[in-house]
Design a protein around this ligand. Structure first.
Ligand code: NAG
Ligand code: NAG
Ligand code: NAG
Ligand code: NAG
Ligand code: NAG
Ligand code: NAG
Ligand code: NAG
Length: 418
């Protein structure tokens, strides 16, 4: 009898495991079949419209923390109401990008700006722009990554400009890489467009319409940031979503495989292979460089499309944060974050004098489905329109002001606790 029960249990466990794996496979499959042509550049495309089994969430508390007395994991905590609101508005900051200017674009609710990230075990002071600028005197900091990095820099700029208005001293042709100079503090702030961190030939127009697969050199760090690396004192790097795109992968200038390219005799590889290799190349370059830079390595930012994806009518109209346990990381994001944690752990053990810190914002971002522009990425999206008309939602980037402002509280906390 006991043996019988044991057997049945084992079979049941096997079936459940099988179902979970099928769910994962189905999602990966969908991420492969959704073509990257016609995808707006601001949103990555993946995961299916129907709810599917979830992988377990990453262990909690975070694996990188030590529980030595006095130390505190600032990334474990909750969003707490804060009636004082954000340090700037759409009128006191005039550099908010149109797609993130939710107030101006007519978003009707504003509760989402009255929350602050609050670590469970310690006090996280509010970002003080004066302290930050004093700390950064004679220094240079760069944010390297995709549009999430740009979103973060925008937030930082809005807060800093309340103390000193920077001068924009550089932008590239497409306004994706920019540099600002704060004269009074002799501080240079850059954002560098490098969505893959490694060398990539991207065949896409500004709206994200692809005319061919990305050609991605996984062993060559992107010259765009490498050429300037010697000038930086601080960098924050972040990537992720672009690795879901159709791409041909190169190492040593030879094709090693591809993702969804459907070229004869080219091995199909999953996106996490490429992501891992690109992170190894990037972190390897940083930790082997003779120029010692303080590096913050940011974990993936999940999106909040519900009842569909970015291209199938998905939306994000929640107006309050999730509570702990109310949501789970999707498997794509779990896979990405696990790769990030593993590669960070490897790199941090051998930095040769550089400082490497994890900027682990995945979970706190996950809890904020209410902070995205949604339809208000466009100016008054419903004005003069049939209410049933389809509008494009952005459930990945953040409204400014918005939840991303809290990232700066975390940033300065890490810098100052050195
Ligand atoms: C700021 O937002 C308000 C709505 O909250 C809007 O009426 C106003 O036009 C916006 N101003 C700017 C400069 O964006
Ligand atoms: C900044 O640089 C100037 C000129 O080199 C120097 O006088 C000053 O002490 C420096 N300040 C800091 C905080 O490093
Ligand atoms: C500004 O900072 C740079 C180092 O980044 C330093 O060489 C220079 O002397 C500083 N200039 C002034 C005016 O403080
Ligand atoms: C890269 O290619 C060159 C020339 O074909 C070869 O000599 C070298 O061993 C290769 N390196 C690796 C890491 O495969
Ligand atoms: C693919 O590989 C097969 C077997 O090695 C070969 O016969 C064929 O020509 C290859 N096709 C291409 C396009 O290289
Ligand atoms: C460590 O950095 C120093 C420069 O500070 C350099 O001379 C040395 O070669 C580096 N060691 C390794 C193993 O990269
Ligand atoms: C969000 O939109 C859905 C579908 O239009 C609707 O059923 C739901 O009530 C909305 N939720 C909120 C909080 O507005």
């Amino acid at each position: 009898m006991g043996v019988e029960m044991g057997k049945q249990k084992k079979i049941f466990v096997k079936i459940v495991a099988c179902l979970i794996l099928m769910g994962v496979a189905y999602r990966l499959y969908l991420s492969i079949i959704i073509p990257s042509s016609s995808s707006p550049q601001f949103i990555a495309h993946y995961s299916p419209p129907a709810p599917l089994p979830q992988l377990p969430t990453p262990p909690h508390p975070h694996p990188h923390t030590t529980s030595s007395p006095g130390s505190c994991d600032i990334f474990t905590g909750e969003w707490v109401r804060d009636p004082t609101g954000p340090p700037y508005t759409n009128t006191t900051c005039d550099t908010i990008e149109h797609h993130q200017n939710c107030m101006k674009n007519g978003r009707p609710d504003s509760d989402y700006i009255y929350w602050r990230w609050t670590p469970r075990d310690c006090n996280l002071p509010k970002f003080d722009p004066k302290t930050f600028l004093t700390f950064m005197r004679n220094k240079s900091m760069a944010f390297i990554g995709d549009s999430i990095s740009r979103n973060h820099v925008q937030s930082l700029l809005c807060i800093l400009s309340q103390v000193e208005r920077p001068v924009e001293v550089y932008h590239d042709k497409e306004y994706r890489s920019k540099r600002w100079f704060f004269h009074t503090h002799n501080f240079t702030l850059s954002v560098i467009w490098s969505p893959f961190l490694t060398e990539a030939k991207i065949f896409e127009d500004y709206d994200g319409h692809a005319s061919g697969a990305v050609r991605l050199h996984l062993d060559q760090p992107h010259s765009e940031w490498v050429n300037q690396f010697g000038k930086f004192d601080y960098v924050e790097i972040a990537a992720g979503k672009w690795f879901l795109k159709t791409a041909v992968y190169y190492e040593n200038s030879t094709i090693v495989g591809c993702h969804n390219c459907k070229i004869e005799n080219v091995t199909e590889l999953e996106f996490d292979y490429a992501y891992r290799r690109a992170l190894q190349t990037t972190l390897g370059f940083i930790t082997k460089s003779d120029h010692k830079v303080y590096t913050l390595f940011q974990t993936t930012t999940p999106d909040h499309f519900e009842n569909g994806e970015w291209n199938t009518g998905g939306y994000c109209n929640r107006t309050v944060p999730f509570e702990e346990g109310e949501t789970e990381l999707r498997d794509i994001d779990s896979i990405m974050r696990n790769v990030e944690l593993e590669e960070f752990k490897k790199a941090v053990g051998d930095t040769n004098g550089s400082t490497l810190k994890l900027f682990d914002t995945t979970r706190l971002a996950l809890l904020r489905p209410d902070g995205h522009p949604g339809p208000y990425r466009a100016f008054h999206p419903f004005e003069g329109k049939d209410p049933s008309a389809k509008v494009q939602n952005d459930c990945l980037h953040w409204c400014l002001p918005g939840p991303i402002d809290s990232w700066n509280d975390l940033l300065i906390n890490i810098l100052l606790t050195e």
